[in-house]
Design a protein around this ligand. Structure first.
Ligand SMILES: *Cc1c(COP(=O)(O)O)cnc(C)c1O
Length: 364
């Protein structure tokens, strides 16, 4: 057992704002008695995020999964094929299936694990309705080429930008691309509201529709379309308002830790390639091992020493057992077999990073 590591270290640990700061907002809820339904704190949070990231038509919703489902609904996509990536969290694909569409997998490129734009066109059919790429780990997809393809075939683009809060491409937030871009504010994400998510909508009419369907599809007694409840509460907004002023320091600390890992693990593990123009948010610290056997050896040794990285992402989503068919994606399947994310969160101490790196070195 390592002597430096005093307690279990997980892949992440939620940032929690100072108690008084959160309670300051909760007091406002107690004073005005407004608990949910587009309350003042939610409005304030939406305004602050939209201003900070320079976003228009920003909708706060209950979580990042519902955000994807609302995106499909708001764009009237209720059947057909959606082109997506097999390298993501399961919610990307489950939201497509839940909306009764068929996920069509396009393999990823090995440098940043985003969808391989050279393989998209060959998968387009008369049934294709949209492309749903993921800016995985906060790395940017090839936005320009994806948009060109979408224009050529009249397809919608929905970006799953769950990891993107704080990532900018040439000064523009990654949440600012596609017909709709979604985000997650789950407790494990860089900026969180305990549970939460968002949709950023390009077209004002689609935005109005999304606003309507996220609250049951009616305005007072006028019921105009089928809706659902995707509203977020004032208590969640309070957590967001308390966390938001800390985002800068959160990203700064994550960058320090990532740089330290870079230094300590140089040459031992493979890392994603740096992307020109990307100002990265350091949402994750993924490393690729030589093969699955090596990955498993490292994980076993770290676990024995109370360190718990995660196999993000595993398995490759084209291998989910409840899919109708198997669509081969060799690059994603290979990456999934040997990738893991190392512990990365604000409270992680330099000593702990040294120790984790030392343990990894011992196995390699
Ligand atoms: C977290 C995540 C989601 C789902 O977000 P929730 O807020 O947990 O519903 C969707 N896609 C990706 C890539 C994610 O990491």
């Amino acid at each position: 057992m390592s002597t430096i590591l005093k307690e279990r270290i997980n892949v992440t640990k939620s940032f929690i704002p100072p108690f008084e700061e959160y309670m300051g907002y909760v007091k406002r809820i107690y004073n005005n008695g407004w608990l949910t339904n587009q309350g003042p704190l939610l409005g304030e949070l939406e305004f602050q995020i939209a201003q900070r990231l320079r976003l228009q038509n920003f909708h706060f919703v209950t979580n990042g999964t519902i955000a994807l489902q609302l995106a499909l609904k708001a764009l009237d996509i209720t059947s057909g094929e959606i082109i997506t990536t097999p390298f993501s969290y399961v919610a990307t694909v489950s939201s497509i299936l839940w909306e009764r569409c068929k996920p069509v997998f396009v393999d990823i490129e090995p440098n940043n694990f985003t969808i391989d734009v050279n393989k998209i066109e060959e998968r387009i059919t008369s049934e294709t309705k949209a492309i749903m790429p993921v800016h995985i780990f906060g790395y940017a997809c090839n936005i320009e080429v994806i948009q060109k393809i979408a224009n050529k075939y009249s397809l919608k683009v929905i970006y799953d930008s769950a990891h993107c809060f704080g990532s900018c491409l040439n000064g523009v937030s990654l949440l600012n691309f596609g017909d709709i871009s979604t985000c997650s504010f789950h407790a494990t994400k860089l900026f969180h509201t305990v549970e939460g998510g968002a949709c950023v909508v390009k077209d004002k009419n689609v935005s109005d529709k999304l606003e309507l369907i996220k609250r049951f599809g009616h305005n007072n007694d006028e019921h105009s379309c089928l809706g659902i409840n995707a509203k977020q509460s004032e208590f969640h907004a309070a957590m967001g308002l308390a966390n938001l002023p800390h985002v800068k320091e959160i990203i700064k600390r994550r960058k320090e830790i990532s740089n330290l890992y870079d230094e300590l693990l140089q040459g031992l593990v493979q890392r994603p390639k740096e992307q020109p123009g990307l100002s990265y948010n350091y949402a994750y610290y993924p490393v690729l091992f030589k093969d699955e056997a090596q990955l498993l050896r490292v994980l076993k040794y770290l676990n024995k020493n109370d360190v718990f990285p995660r196999r993000y992402f595993y398995p490759s989503l084209n291998k989910l057992p409840y899919l109708d068919d198997y669509q081969k994606c060799s690059v994603s399947e290979d990456v999934c077999s040997r990738i893991a994310c190392l512990p990365l969160y604000c409270e992680l101490k330099n000593d702990e990073v040294f120790e984790i790196s030392k343990l990894i070195k011992e196995v390699l």
